[in-house]
Ligand binder design. Structure first.
Ligand code: M6R
Length: 609
């Protein structure tokens, strides 16, 4: 998510780490900062907004240092302000740290530190980690000993990079689930969150392993395990060009973002399920409010609208809470009837979509409660809503939304379970749902293995003139999203609807030149789906089925089949089927030679009405 850079060696470290940050700009960020070793102290400079804001300050006077760390932040805790930007100091300003990831137990640690008289100047979890490390340093030993002891107290997924004024020519890094790459230069050492930042300086890199500590000096890099024992340093030589390195070796950002989904699932759940298996959603309405809400209106556009349809399934099936889903543009001009006890939920990756923002303002003017489900912290929708739940999916760069969709649906699931928990809704087994949510990342990892099968199917059907996307129940919502992906990046006309609607009109379009993608992840209604499959085949259409590994019915009738892992809950199986549908759009587009990350006529953030 955030960008990390660090350098120790004979050159001007300030210039190098700033250049490294610039090479990470494609990741997205909302603020940036740098710490470097001055004569007797650590100098920290940080600025909200563009990297050039930080650059202007750095250039305002002559500066030089032989070790520095720098960070571009994508906010997860606290708004994107100068104060919340990294680096952060410990209590005595002996060390400065930068951080990528989330410290899940920061609440408890903060409480303990406050009792001991610590002072905090930001709303970040990072500052808490800085104080924990600073305290450990005060107990003796060198910086790496202190970091090693401190990380044992931290829970979550993080990469930490630390400098100390007492050991000025050293950088220490700790990795726990968030990536960090070390660069071996000639008489210099460096690190970054991503390989592209290192490539202009070295092609010999070491990808840090989980739960290890790295110690960088200009002479050498050492890697230690949790007990302080030295581990072998095994560099690899990178041959990639810079552009493909930015995409982590993937050919397009869309493909990278599809592959990131297992990790995104973990991130979205992070900090939201407590050690007792209960859903813990900070920042939503107080418990008594849920009892007052008589209706939910979900308002959004495009992919976010499709995530809203999945939210409706849950709210109505689990909570029996009447829910409508509106396109933002229709909602605002449709003179909606709004109950004063209703809740309006606004879903947006960018948090800046003009129609959604306008619909939000309309609800606020009518004094309706508003809740945002947003990816970008500090965005307009996040700021305007009474309450906001962040999807924690990290920056999404490809115009075609993939990982943001999965995270949005997951937040709906967490919200529905939170309400069920608060209201003790009969029949909702929150514990079983939580178990299944915790398994979802692994299931998504398995679903990624459908790529080769999907690719083979694409090679067979790439010249189709029209693609139907069909399903029933939650699969019908997925059909809309699968179709949007295909038309958006492969420019293939699509016809999407609940499968049962086919014979009421769309069936007239079926002949030998069309394909129909049927989602059939719900075994309880597969017989009905099969009737619709036969209707298409009888008219010459080619049928592609997306079903679960346990299916024995679809395999008998479909022309081509993709199988995804089965979850105990049909809703989650349906959600997993988005992965092969995303691959389908991607590989069709690639075979047809389309521009994938920036499809024609479209923009990532639609800020015009
Ligand atoms: O940023 P938002 O989530 O508000 O954007 C809404 C739509 O513009 C967006 O989901 C669009 O449909 C995607 N590009 C589709 O892949």
């Amino acid at each position: 998510m955030c960008g990390i850079a660090g350098y120790v060696g004979p050159k001007n470290a300030i210039e190098i780490v700033f250049d490294q940050l610039k090479r990470l700009e494609y990741r997205g960020y909302d603020s940036a900062g740098i710490a470097y070793l001055a004569d007797d102290h650590i100098e920290v400079i940080k600025k909200a907004g563009k990297l050039s804001n930080l650059g202007d300050v750095l250039l305002s006077e002559q500066r030089s240092a032989h070790s520095a760390i720098a960070h571009s932040r994508w906010a997860t805790h606290g708004a994107p302000t100068d104060g919340n930007a990294h680096p952060h100091f410990d209590e005595h300003e002996d060390i400065a740290i930068i951080h990528n990831g989330i410290i899940e137990n920061y609440h408890e640690l903060r409480e303990d530190l406050l009792k001991q008289g610590h002072h905090f100047y930001s709303q970040t979890d990072t500052e808490i980690a800085a104080h924990v490390i600073g305290d450990e340093l005060g107990k003796g030993g060198n910086l790496e000993d202190a970091v090693r002891r401190a990380v044992k107290k931290l829970r979550g997924a993080f990469a930490l990079v630390i400098v100390s004024k007492k050991e000025p020519n050293k950088i220490v890094a700790a990795r726990n689930a968030s990536p960090l790459v070390l660069g071996i230069g000639c008489g210099e050492s460096m690190l970054a969150s991503d390989i592209p930042a290192l490539l202009p300086y070295t092609r010999d890199v070491v990808v840090m392993e989980e739960n290890t500590i790295a110690v960088l000096t200009e002479e050498k890099i050492e890697i230690l395990d949790g007990e302080g024992r030295q581990l072998p340093v095994q560099p690899q030589h990178i041959e990639w060009d810079l552009a493909s390195a930015e995409r982590g070796g993937f050919e397009h950002f869309m493909l990278k973002e599809i592959h990131e989904q297992p990790k995104v699932i973990t991130q979205t759940l992070s900090g939201r399920i407590d050690s007792k298996g209960k859903v813990r959603l900070d920042g939503v309405f107080s418990d008594h409010v849920w009892a007052e809400i008589d209706r939910v209106n979900i308002i959004s556009c495009g992919t976010a609208y499709h995530a809203g349809l999945m939210g409706k399934h849950l709210f109505e099936k689990l909570l029996r809470l009447p829910t409508d889903v509106y396109y933002s543009s229709e909602f605002r001009y449709g003179d909606p009837v709004l109950s004063p006890r209703s809740l309006a939920v606004f879903v947006s990756q960018s948090g800046e979509t003009a129609d959604t923002l306008a619909a939000l303002k309309l609800c606020k003017s009518r004094r309706i409660r508003t809740l945002g489900i947003v990816n970008v912290i500090g965005s307009s929708i996040a700021r305007e809503c009474d309450r906001t739940l962040f999807t924690q999916a990290g920056p999404e760069i490809s115009v075609a939304s993939t990982k943001a969709y999965t995270a949005q649906v997951l937040v709906f699931a967490l919200l529905a379970l939170h309400i069920a928990q608060v209201q003790e809704t009969p029949g909702v087994r929150v514990d079983e749902w939580v178990d299944e949510l915790l398994r979802l990342s692994d299931l998504a990892e398995d679903a990624l293995s459908t790529e080769e099968a999907v690719k083979a199917i694409c090679a067979k059907v790439k010249d189709t003139s029209l693609a139907f996307f069909l399903g029933r129940g939650a699969d019908a919502s997925l059909a809309l999203e699968g179709a949007l992906k295909l038309k958006e990046i492969a420019y293939i006309p699509t016809q999407e609807s609940p499968a049962g609607e086919m014979k009421h009109g769309p069936l007239a379009l079926v002949d030998e030149s069309v394909i129909a993608v049927f989602g059939a992840t719900d075994a309880s209604i597969v017989d009905k789906v099969i009737s619709n499959v036969r209707e298409v085949q009888a008219r010459g259409g080619t049928v592609i089925g997306v079903t679960t590994t346990e299916d024995r019915a679809m395999e008998q009738v479909t022309d081509l089949l993709v199988r995804i892992p089965k979850s105990k809950f049909e809703f989650l199986s349906a959600l997993l089927s988005i992965i092969p549908l995303q691959f389908f759009a991607y590989h069709m587009a690639k075979l047809r030679g389309c521009e994938i990350d920036q499809p024609r006529n479209l923009a990532k953030s639609v800020t015009v009405e």
